[in-house]
Every structure is written in structure tokens, then in C-alpha cells.
Design a protein around this ligand. Structure first.
Ligand code: HEC
Length: 401
């Protein structure tokens, strides 16, 4: 953990100077001003457009923090900590009293329970449609018959993936999505708006039009978070926020965040299949746009919409069907009848490897694939019934060891 005494020592001095001239402590003179406790803000050192250690490009949340400090008449120091691990970052920094507040937490009481309290929302963050200005995007129907880039394990992938009237191209990060879009590999991309907007402004000359969307699991309010004992500070921040609206609006533009009127999207087409992005680490990663997009601890924390494994004994027909699909498609990599010497892809070891979590892992892996590891996604190829049949077959080849 790197705790610095301020991103830029002069920034603190400057706010003190400003305070001595026009701040509320003016009457008490400079001695009193130096006694003002700095406002310590936790931020990720390398997470643009949100925050960065680089004073030349500090990021949206860092600049909002500086403006907030000024409004409260307190110098600001930044406590740097990587946010890749989601809630853990909040636990070991803010909840361990290493800082007084964190700008950019998903405003929801479910986020970390009563341990974290919030200011009023700063603004909403969400997914956005990125396309050339010539692409007449007027709603989800404009994507029909088109090729659309979606990011792995996101609401847009869940929304568009199952549709038969459009083709999705899955990418692992907004960066990759922007590259593929710029290379002409798709008509549009449905990406995390803040990152797409920032990249569009900083690396693509603003050549794409970015349309924010609004709908279930597509946007979240972001706010300033505090440890639960800091209600006084929270109230001061809430009182200062209305005066910062113009500054915040300018900063959103400066960092390229989408500011157009959001396009309303209806409820997701197949709710049963949709993984609800609860206000957990997933939402935190989004509020912070942390780069963790590969399946890992975060993905595990997101409740997957996995139907319970069938409890009744699978029928012989289902097992036979499953075996046929397996040997026709999966055996190419996983071996005929599942006989595979390489342990990593030996599906006879699922039971040993995952035990009671086996069905979860199976269901998630066959639907979404693990594109970065060479396991394709099969959800556009097979029906859930067929996935169940393959499952039934795999049960019969599990190793007892
Ligand atoms: C092109 C090769 C390929 C094909 C075809 C393929 N897989 Fe995979 N699969 C992989 C690879 C590689 C992995 C290991 C990924 C990793 O290391 O995490 C994997 C992993 C898995 C896993 C998770 C294994 C574990 O222990 O975590 C399951 C379940 C699975 N595949 C099922 C299937 C099924 C069912 C099919 C057929 C519908 C299929 N795979 C077809 C390459 C393939």
C-alpha cells in the first residue's frame, strides 16, 4: 500500500493559501489555517479516467476531491491503493481509517452493508453504445441484423448474446472493444461508457458517437463513500455538493464521459439467464472501472443465474444425446468420451476439482466460455436442454480416484 502525503505537495499548499485568503478560517489567521486537518481521500493510482497519480492527468475523482477539499476549506491528501480487488480495497483503506472518504463508490446500502455510508449521488455511470456518427442508433432495435461488440461477463453480453437477430463479438476489455470497432470488425460496441468515452476522446479523436443507455443493470449511481462513523463529514460533503455541480459537469466533459441523454432500454429479454450485477464487487469495479474483467474472484462474487442441477436421475436418452454432442463437438479438445491426459482440460476431474460447485462451474463455462484460455462460449450453439444432456453425460465419466 502506498500512502503518500499528497499527490502534489504544492496543491495542498495552494489550498492552504486560498484558504488563508478567502476560506472560512480567514479571520483566525494563517496559524489556525495550518491546523486544519487534511481531507484524506482514497484513490486508485492508475485508473483513468477516474484517478491517477500523475499530476498532469489526475482523473475525474481526484479532481472532484480537490474541488471538494477547497469547498470544505481543507487541504487534500490522496491515499493511493489499487482497487482491482474490489471491496477489499475499501476494507483495508477507508474502513481501516487510512483515509476519510473514497470518491466513486456504487451508492447502494447493499454494497458493504452498514459499514459504508454515502453522500448524495454525484452522477450515474453506465454502459453506452459506441458507433460512428453515421450509424443511426435510435434504440436497441437499431442493432438488429448488426454485429455488436460486447464485453465478456457484462450486462450487454447477457442482453444481446442470446438474441438471434444480431451477432455479438465478445471482447475482454473496453480497450479491445474500441480497437475492434475502429478496425471495422463490428457496426457498434456496447461498452462501459466512462472508459469508452475516455478512450474515444484521448485515443480516437472523438470519432465515435457515444450514447449512454439506461435500464436494469445498465447504470449505477456513484457517490462519495465514508466509514459509518463519519456521518458529520458526510453531511458536510452533502452540503457542499450543490455548489460543485458546475465543476463536476466540466470535469465529465474534460474526461470524455458520455453526457448525452441516456437511451432507455427495456427489461432484459431473457431474465432467467441474466446474471444480476448486484451491488457487490462487480459494481465496485464498474464505479472504479478497474480492469479486472477476466473471471476471477470478482466473477465468483457475482451471483450467476445457474439453474439448480437436476435432482432426478438422468434418463438414458439424455445421457446418450449428451454423449453424442460431447463426442461431436467437445471431444475435439476434451478427448473422445472425455479421455484426456492433460489434467487441465480433463473433464472427468470436474467432480474432484469443484465438488459441490461443479454444476455452477460447468454451467458458467459452457455458456460464457473462457475466451482468453481457449474455451469457446457455446451458448449460441446449444440450447439449455442440450447443456443439461451434456451435463448428464459428464456425470457418467467422473473420476472416483
Ligand atoms: C477448442 C477447444 C475446446 C472445445 C471444442 C471445448 N472446450 Fe471446454 N475447455 C477448453 C479449454 C482450453 C479449457 C480450459 C480453460 C482453462 O484453462 O481455464 C476448457 C474448459 C472447460 C470446462 C471447465 C473445466 C475446468 O476444470 O474448469 C468445461 C466444463 C468445459 N470446457 C466444457 C466443454 C464442453 C461441454 C464442450 C463442448 C460443448 C467444450 N468444453 C468444448 C477448450 C475447449
Amino acid at each position: 500500500m502506498s500512502v503518500s502525503n499528497g499527490r502534489n505537495p504544492f496543491a495542498a499548499l495552494l489550498s492552504l493559501a486560498a484558504l488563508a485568503v478567502c476560506g472560512p478560517a480567514q479571520a483566525a489567521g494563517p496559524d489556525a489555517a495550518t491546523a486544519v486537518e487534511p481531507l484524506r481521500l482514497c484513490a486508485d493510482p492508475a485508473n483513468l479516467p477516474f484517478s491517477s497519480e500523475d499530476p498532469a492527468r489526475p482523473g475525474l475523482y481526484v479532481e472532484i476531491g480537490d474541488a471538494l477539499g477547497k469547498a470544505l476549506g481543507r487541504p487534500v491528501t490522496h491515499v493511493w491503493y489499487r482497487t482491482n480487488f474490489g471491496k477489499r480495497a475499501v476494507r483495508v483503506t477507508m474502513l481501516a481509517r487510512q483515509c476519510d472518504a473514497t470518491i466513486g463508490l456504487p451508492q447502494d446500502s447493499d454494497f458493504m452493508g452498514p459499514k459504508v455510508i454515502f453522500s448524495k449521488p454525484l452522477f450515474r455511470l453506465g454502459y453506452a453504445i459506441v458507433a460512428s456518427p453515421e450509424f443511426a442508433f435510435a434504440g436497441i432495435d437499431s442493432l438488429k441484423g448488426r454485429k455488436v461488440i460486447v464485453q465478456y461477463e457484462t450486462t450487454p453480453q447477457n442482453m444481446l448474446g442470446p438474441r438471434e437477430d444480431m451477432t455479438t463479438v465478445t471482447v475482454l476489455s473496453p480497450e479491445e472493444g474500441m480497437q475492434k470497432l475502429a478496425a471495422g470488425l463490428a457496426d457498434a460496441a456496447f461498452l462501459w461508457g466512462p472508459t469508452a468515452g475516455y478512450l474515444n476522446a484521448s485515443s480516437y479523436d472523438g470519432k465515435f458517437r457515444i450514447t449512454p443507455t439506461d435500464g436494469p443493470a445498465l447504470t449505477w449511481p456513484t457517490a462519495v463513500g465514508f466509514a459509518k462513523g463519519s456521518a458529520d463529514l458526510r453531511d458536510q460533503v452533502d452540503a457542499a455538493l450543490p455548489g460543485l455541480q458546475a465543476t463536476i459537469a466540466d470535469l465529465l466533459v474534460k474526461y470524455g464521459l458520455p453526457t448525452a441523454q441516456p437511451m432507455k432500454f427495456g427489461a432484459l429479454s431473457s431474465p432467467a439467464r441474466v446474471r444480476v450485477a448486484a451491488m457487490g464487487d462487480g459494481a465496485f469495479a464498474l464505479a472504479q472501472a478497474a480492469p479486472a474483467t477476466t473471471p476471477g474472484p470478482q466473477a465468483a462474487a457475482m451471483p450467476a443465474a445457474v439453474p439448480p442441477a437436476a435432482t432426478s436421475a438422468p434418463s438414458a436418452t439424455n445421457i446418450a444425446e449428451g454423449k453424442e454432442i460431447f463426442n461431436g463437438t467437445c471431444a475435439h479438445c476434451h478427448g473422445p468420451d472425455g479421455v484426456q491426459a492433460e489434467k487441465r482440460i480433463d473433464l472427468r476431474r470436474l467432480n474432484l476439482r469443484y465438488d459441490s460447485d461443479m454444476h455452477n462451474v460447468y454451467w458458467k463455462t459452457v455458456h460464457d466460455g473462457r475466451p482468453s484460455k481457449g474455451m469457446p462460449s457455446w451458448k449460441d450453439v446449444f440450447t439449455d436442454e442440450q447443456f443439461n444432456q451434456i451435463w448428464d453425460y459428464l456425470q457418467t465419466v467422473q473420476s472416483k480416484e
